[in-house]
Design a protein around this ligand. Structure first.
Ligand code: CAA
Length: 287
């Protein structure tokens, strides 16, 4: 498979990352099959894309015609066979659980054309382990976008133990076609590059606040005005979903050890289902 052969991209999972990746692909001119397991999930993702394209057009970052054409290229789908049957490239962005990812890939592998390339948007899990749920691990790699995909420039392209050079090359080229900057991640290790650094930062500030000396706003203001980050670390955790960061952290902790032990404050938020903006409450209140 060459980049010029890629016409239709299936995006599996229409949540925050999936719909954002689908939007990026559609804006780059690809036909996109956006798939989720329920009509309401896939429709929500489609509505988010429509909203986001509208915002970009409102700010003259794209024309109204570009927005309409991109939306026309997105087809919401529930059946896996329909989603991947004509796909040249499949990108998966389902929840960060190994069993779920392996199940989804096993099913996609049954229905996708033999030459289709597979990429997972996992933010930390082993590419090798996920790829072994398919019969084509050499055509499988990581393609990790950042939230919100429409605004964040970087894409990590991650090699699993079985990934071929051709798969790495075409995935990097596709990221460039999307207008992104790929970084090649050579080692399939937890959190890759960005989340190995970013998620422990979110965890560390949660330990710090848990010690009782500083409030969340104080620590966040130091992230913004001392480290020059665009958002405070707690604000960012709320933005990406505390559960998402927590899943990454647990995995890094399991594999790399005690230095990454999740802070009680993060665990409490997950147990109380105060997951950030998506539940209207996380470290901050959004009601
Ligand atoms: N599409 C279109 N417009 C959008 C949008 C989207 N998806 N999301 C927000 N906007 C709009 C807002 O509605 C708002 O519009 P108005 O001005 O009309 O109200 C505007 O964009 C927001 O603009 P702001 O001035 O508030 O913010 P900004 O433009 O300066 O930057 C940001 C927003 C890009 C999110 C910036 O805050 C940022 O870079 N934050 C950090 C993000 C980050 O670190 N992401 C990585 C997370 S980690 C991850 O993703 C990895 C993982 O696996 C866990």
């Amino acid at each position: 498979m060459e980049l010029d052969d890629v016409d239709t991209i299936a995006v599996l999972g229409a949540g925050a990352m999936g719909h954002g990746i689908a939007e990026v692909a559609a804006l780059a001119g690809y036909n996109v099959n956006l798939r989720d397991i329920k009509d309401e999930f896939v429709q929500n993702g489609y509505d988010e894309i429509e909203w986001s394209l509208g915002k970009l057009a409102e700010k003259d970052q794209i024309t109204d015609d570009d927005a309409d054409a991109a939306l026309d290229r997105v087809t919401p789908i529930v059946e896996m066979e329909e989603a991947v049957g004509d796909a040249d490239f499949v990108i998966e962005a389902v929840p960060e659980k190994m069993e779920i990812k392996r199940d989804v890939w096993g099913e996609a592998d049954e229905h996708a054309p033999d030459e289709a390339v597979f990429a997972t948007n996992t933010s930390s899990l082993s590419i090798t382990d996920i790829s072994e749920a398919t019969d084509r691990p050499e055509s499988f790699c990581g393609m990790h976008f950042f939230n919100p995909p429409i605004r964040m420039d970087l894409v990590e392209v991650i090699r699993g133990n079985h990934t071929s050079d051709g798969t790495m090359d075409i995935t990097e080229q596709l990221a460039e076609e999307f207008g992104k900057t790929p970084v090649r991640v050579r080692k399939d290790s937890p959190g890759f590059i960005v989340n190995r650094a970013l998620v422990p930062l979110m965890n560390e500030v949660a330990w710090l606040v848990g010690e009782g000396e500083y409030g969340i706003e104080t620590v966040d203001s130091t992230s913004k005005y001392g480290m020059g980050l665009p958002m405070g670390s707690f604000e960012l955790a709320d933005y990406v979903g505390i559960d998402v960061s927590y899943d990454v952290l647990e995995y890094i902790h399991d594999v790399l050890g005690d230095a990454y032990e999740p802070a009680p404050l993060m665990r409490e938020k997950v147990e109380n289902e105060e997951l950030g903006q998506k539940t209207d409450k996380g470290f901050y209140d959004y009601t």
